[in-house]
Design a protein around this ligand. Structure first.
Ligand code: SF4
Ligand code: SF4
Length: 88
């Protein structure tokens, strides 16, 4: 529950679990596709918080994701992770 999957054109899948997000914003800050109007991921704003009360990442446009993996690398809370097609 609370997970949203997105995929790039290169076939790499990531799962975003908003309930694990602490709202630090690192993924959005370092995503190379957020510095222009071509935003791939964004942070929500209050009152849109997860169950723990944090604002959280939201996938703005899956087509903008280049599957660089930077967001998953920076997320120390495991809210973004790469998965294989066989994984649930
Ligand atoms: S994989 Fe790269 S381009 Fe896609 S959302 Fe994460 S940081 Fe942005
Ligand atoms: S890096 Fe992880 S914890 Fe921080 S805003 Fe992104 S998804 Fe949330």
């Amino acid at each position: 529950m609370g997970e949203k999957e997105y995929v790039s054109g290169r076939g790499v899948h990531y799962v975003v679990d908003i309930e694990r997000c602490n709202g630090c914003g690192l993924c959005v800050a370092y995503c190379p596709r957020t510095n222009t109007d071509e935003k791939a991921i964004v942070m929500t704003k209050i009152p849109n918080t997860n169950r723990r009360g944090y604002i959280h990442i939201d996938v703005k446009d899956i087509e903008r994701c280049s599957a660089c993996g930077i967001c998953a690398l920076f997320c120390g809370d495991g809210a973004i992770r790469e998965i294989t097609l066989d994984e649930d």
